[in-house]
Structures are given as C-alpha cells and as structure tokens.
Design a binder for this molecule. Sequence first.
Ligand code: GLU
Length: 309
Amino acid sequence: MERAVVGRFAPSPSGYLHMGNLLAMLLAWLDCRAKNGRLIFRLEDLDPARSKQIYIDALAEDLRWLGLDWDEGWPDPAYAQSRRGERYAAAFEFLKEKGLCYPCWCSRAERLAAASAPAPGEEQFDPGCRCAHMSREEREHRFESDTRTPAWKLRVPDREICLVDGHYGLLRQNPAREGGDIVICRSDGVFAYQLAVSVDDMEMGVTRVVRGRDLLDSAPKQKWLVETLGGAAPDYCHAPLLTEEKGKLSKRMGSLSTQVLRKETSPEALVGKLAFLCGLRDREEPAKPEELLRNFSWNTIKTEDIRIG
Ligand code: GLU
C-alpha cells in the first residue's frame, strides 16, 4: 500500500528567506498538495549562534504572504529543533549503544561540527583521525586526563548507499570514502544537523523531502541514518538552485531577501516568476500557488541551476 504523503518545510532562521528558499518551498508545497499530502512546518533553529528571533518571526509571515500554507508545525514548540534536544539525545544514546559513535578530541572535529545544514563547500571531507582508532583503555585514559569535553562522531558505513532522487535520479555514495565520519554532537552539547534532521523526518513521519539541490549529498547519509535508527527513510526530491554571479543565493550574503522582495513585488508576481524560472510555466505571468497545482509535474522542472543575476 502507498504511504500517505507527509511533506515538510524546514527552514533555518539564520537569515531572511531568499528567492532560492522560496522556490524550494513552493516546490515542496506543490509536490505535497498535488498528492493531497499533509505538510509540516519545522523550525530548524538548532544552532543557537545562528538562529535569531527576528528571522523566526519573519518565516511564517513570509510563507503566508507567498500563499503557502501548512497543516501542522511551528509555532507549536514541539516542531522547533531547539526544543527537541531530548529526542536527539535518545537517538544519540541508541547509536552509542550500537557502537557507532566515538569521542573525538581533535580541534578539526569542531570545525566539522555543523548544527545547520551545510552551505555549499562547507561540508568537508573528514579523512579520519586518531580518535577513530583508540582502544577502550586509551579512551578511558583520555577522558580522565583531558579536561576538555570531546565532540562525538558517528562512524559512517564504508559501503555504497543507493537512492533514487525524485528529480536527479540514481545517487550512489560511499559515505566513509566520500565525506568521512560526521560529528553528531559538538563538544558544547549541540547536536549536529545530520542527526536532528534524520530524527525529525523519522519521528514526524515525513515521507517526502523536497529541498534545494545543495543538500543532495546529505541525502544518502540521512537515508542510512534514518534506517539505522529503525525508521523508514523518506523519498528525497531535490530542486535546482537559483544562482547569481557570486554563486548560490545565500541567506548569509543577504541575497534577494523576502524583506526586499515584499516591498518590490506582489506574491502573485513572484510565484509566477519562480514558476517561469524553474520551468513550470513557459511564460512569466502572475499566479497563485494553487493555480500551479493543475498539471504540476517534476518533468518540466529544470535540473540545471538557474542563473538570475
Ligand atoms: N534547514 C535547512 C535550510 O534551511 C534545510 C534542511 C533540510 O531541508 O533538510 O537550508
């Protein structure tokens, strides 16, 4: 039997949404609504240093302004990652008991420890470190002699993980060779994005993850992690990115933020523009999201990134 569709928006309040975020969210909404699915709005505010209240406040307003609705989620605090620490701690314990985690005292681990989704180029290859190969005695000794709290890393599998992305097709990745072990808990106790997103998608019953292609490389790891935690991995479907001369649009660079867009354009004009840019419509004309639902198909959507500036 086919699973009932559950989709999600999972923005991080580390900046105002930009046009690329809005395109990914419009496609997540269309994908879910076209299948009569249930849509969740999850707040990915895991990183205390990057999450700001002004951005949290703007997120829901911006999505509503664009005409995108959801069925459950934020502002219910049960859908904010910052309030779900106990769930991540339980998953972490489970992975530790399976012998998949090891403490890491290297400063490099801290640099790799991302509590937010990796920006392009940010996800670095971890060639491994001595901490991965310590004996039990060595570790115990280190815990006693080193006053610093270690980060914790997850041992990823040295085998190929395959998945079929709904838009980009077959993906094969050997996580150990193409990324290396991942930090799942920083030394300050903040859990990493890869753990939180996998636990949330699993526990919230998400069946379809639609998001920007910059996270394509994370999908095989997340599929493996959800399955290792005993869940059913969602289907992944990635969307092309909007780019400008300096690369992918980025919240951190303040690119074309909703704050600017909302002053300069109407929601219908913006939805129409996004639909045209990504290949959903062959002419640029104002539209409401629900008008794009009829005939919605990934077949007409571009796979290559879309240059807008
Ligand atoms: N929170 C991430 C972002 O805003 C998205 C993570 C995901 O969809 O898995 O880029």
